[in-house]
Design a protein. Structure first.
Length: 350
């Protein structure tokens, strides 16, 4: 139904308009209990063999929703009924910000991809915190945090600290986002010294809590092996709880979309099928170089169960969806979980 009816209709709209319509439809559908139960019955795969214990958390299944889809924590209860094992909100910043000028989100249908230059558009941590406090679902929720565009990098730690402190009682884990290509100079925070200082600061804040929360780092796929080695060293030294690999790429290699179309779109982070291979390469590299000591959430180009299994084979313990979910629809979560069940013995140790 989704791919043959709903998706074609949504794709008649501009991407951001389509997202708003999707949000409205989800809220309407999930407010009707029989409809909500129908979704749960058709999409949830309840099997103890899908359970994953990671960072001290118990995930009912290893398939999550990546940050970016529900930036402001508006859809937690609705998305929880669609078969996911966990959700990640954000990226959130201390102060509300409008993001970059529109248009800033573009579909690449030939490549099953998206290009976005959203720029951390969100209503700020206080608005999200109010919604998180009202959520009814007990699904695991991660808080993806960043800095405001107007905050210089020398003061970035202050922004991350504000997000961490306010959201601490309300989320189950944190993702530190220093890898978006759409906030000026943000990726400079991936360099060795500023990254160590930021993560070490958050780690110290975390250790002061009675019940510390897992802290993960989301990294770009555009890093070379030397940079990845630095990140692995930092994550093991701090120590960090895990890595999310990967964010979007600034590369435009191997796309079927025409060069004229890409030039017309301009700058932004590419996600979708074209990033699958590089994301998996980064996952495999980190897993092997760290000796499996650094847990990994794999994200990037997952459009099928086979793509998800590839990430797990490379060393990921969990996976996240975003662009593939938009193109393939809600059944993708169910189908991945079913495929994982046939491979449980292979991945149980991840």
């Amino acid at each position: 139904m989704y791919k043959f009816i709903l998706r074609p209709l949504l794709f008649l709209l501009k991407p951001e308009q389509a997202h708003k319509v999707t949000v409205g439809l989800l809220r309407l559908a999930m407010a009707i209990l029989p409809v909500k139960h129908l979704f749960q019955k058709s999409l949830e795969v309840n099997n103890p063999d899908l359970t994953r214990n990671l960072f001290g958390l118990t995930f009912k299944n290893p398939v999550g929703l990546a940050a970016g889809f529900d930036k402001d924590a508006k859809l937690i209860d609705e998305m929880a009924a669609l078969g996911f094992g966990f959700l990640e909100i954000g990226t959130l910043t201390p102060r509300p910000q409008a993001g970059n000028p529109q248009p800033r989100l573009f579909r690449l249908p030939k490549d099953r991809g998206l290009i976005n230059r959203m720029g951390f558009n969100n209503a700020g941590i206080h608005a999200a915190a109010e919604r998180l406090a009202r959520r009814k679902s007990n699904i695991i929720v991660g808080g993806n945090i960043g800095k405001n565009k107007t905050t210089p990098n020398k003061n970035a730690t202050d922004d991350y600290e504000q997000c961490f402190e306010l959201l601490f009682p309300l989320v189950d884990y944190f993702t530190v986002n220093v890898s978006s290509p759409n906030t000026p100079d943000l990726r400079q925070l991936q360099e060795k010294e500023p990254l160590f200082n930021l993560l070490n600061h958050l780690k110290k804040l975390n250790q002061k809590k009675a019940n510390p929360k897992p802290i993960l780092l989301k990294i770009a796929p555009d890093l070379n092996n030397t940079q990845l080695d630095d990140i692995i060293e930092i994550c093991l030294t701090v120590p960090l709880d895990g890595v999310i690999a990967t964010n979007t790429t600034i590369s435009r290699e191997s796309l079927q979309t025409s060069d004229n179309t890409l030039r017309a779109i301009g700058a932004g982070g590419l996600s979708g099928r074209a990033i699958r291979q590089r994301s998996t390469e980064v996952i495999r590299y980190i897993h092997q170089k760290s000796g499996g000591k650094l847990p990994i959430i794999g994200v990037g180009g997952i459009n099928s169960p086979a793509d998800a299994l590839e990430k797990l084979e490379a060393g990921a313990s969990l996976v996240q969806l975003y662009t593939g979910y938009i193109y393939e629809g809600p059944a993708l979560v169910r189908d991945i979980n079913r495929a994982i069940l046939t491979k449980t013995s292979v991945y149980a140790g991840n």
